[in-house]
Design a protein around this ligand. Structure first.
Ligand SMILES: NC(=O)c1ccc[n+]([C@@H]2O[C@H](COP(=O)([O-])OP(=O)(O)OC[C@H]3O[C@@H](n4cnc5c(N)ncnc54)[C@H](OP(=O)(O)O)[C@@H]3O)[C@@H](O)[C@H]2O)c1
Length: 267
């Protein structure tokens, strides 16, 4: 069990979406929060929401893709018991329609920041022989989707990062646990316009429920949280010949899910 009551929990991308919802969930459980994001206004508003619930929070503007900024901000933090690597970006267009800079940014934020953040906070956890590192990946890390070449590749990287780290930490009997989270689309606005064909099989997930499930998984030391349940069938579907696998993905409407993608409208 990872006790959240009394724990200090750092969440990146805490100013909106599931980051914000997880922060409120931690506050309700009696945990203290370190909120990190690029969006200073959003951070202050989440900090006030946490305090209104009787919780404690600090807020730091930090670009998690900037390695030196991460190390400097981490040096100013109190010890962290639970690190939730949640910040993420999506470009959402076909490979030839995205810029080199967008591709670079996707990797910097969604993949490389996991290294900088975790390398900054893991030594303290290992010293204390307890802690928890959460990687918010995506079901896009388990399956390729048209319009998401860069995003899928970064989330694939995130899953590989978590799995290698989990086994490394286990072999060292470090006392530090990991959880990787792979949700289908969530109604946060990040994937505005993304569509599902069969909502009873692959619903657009509710951000509050996703956040609660993540915290529950952390509390139970659940190593892997994929949602909705159909996502757990992806490794089995991969036993099919590739052309059949592609047909199933197409029939489920996943291949066309990004056709009307708009993304977050400028805030
Ligand atoms: N929404 C979905 O359908 C979905 C599905 C599966 C997985 N996920 C993953 O879930 C996580 C949270 O997504 P969400 O839907 O809650 O998105 P969101 O509402 O857009 O939240 C992401 C937060 O990360 C912040 N951020 C972006 N780049 C950053 C950087 N370089 N440094 C610090 N903070 C940064 C954003 O700030 P700005 O607003 O200032 O950019 C935003 O506050 C992401 O990792 C995403 O890939 C989302």
């Amino acid at each position: 069990m990872t006790e959240l009551q009394g724990a200090r929990v750092l969440i990146t991308g805490a100013a909106s979406g599931i980051g914000r919802r997880m922060a409120l969930g931690v506050a309700r459980r009696g945990g203290a929060l370190a909120l990190w994001d690029l969006n200073g206004e959003g951070l202050q508003s989440v900090k006030s929401e946490v305090e209104a619930l009787g919780g404690k929070a600090t807020a730091a503007i930090c670009d998690v893709s900037d390695r030196e900024a991460v190390y400097a901000a981490a040096a100013a933090e109190e010890p962290v018991d639970v690190l939730i690597n949640n910040a993420g970006v999506v470009s959402g267009h076909a490979l030839l329609d995205i810029s080199d800079e967008q591709i670079q940014k996707s990797f910097d934020v969604n993949a490389l920041s996991l290294f900088w953040m975790t390398r900054a906070f893991l030594p303290g956890m290992m010293e204390r022989e307890r802690g928890h590192v959460v990687t918010i990946a995506s079901s896009a890390g388990l399956l390729g989707v048209p319009g998401l070449t860069d995003y899928c590749a970064t989330k694939w990287a995130a899953i590989g990062f978590d799995e290698s780290l989990r086994v490394e930490l286990d072999r060292k009997a470090s006392g530090v646990r990991t959880t990787v989270v792979c949700p289908y689309y969530i109604d946060t606005g990040m994937f505005e316009g993304a569509k599902t064909r069969f909502s009873f099989l692959l619903p657009i997930l509710n951000e509050e429920r996703v956040a609660e499930k993540v915290l529950h998984a952390v509390e139970r030391n659940q190593a892997r949280l994929w949602m909705p349940p159909l996502v757990y069938s992806i490794p089995l579907l991969r036993l099919l010949p590739v052309s059949w696998f592609d047909i199933v993905v197409q029939l489920l409407g996943i291949s066309a899910s990004m056709d009307e993608f708009k993304g977050r409208i400028a805030k």
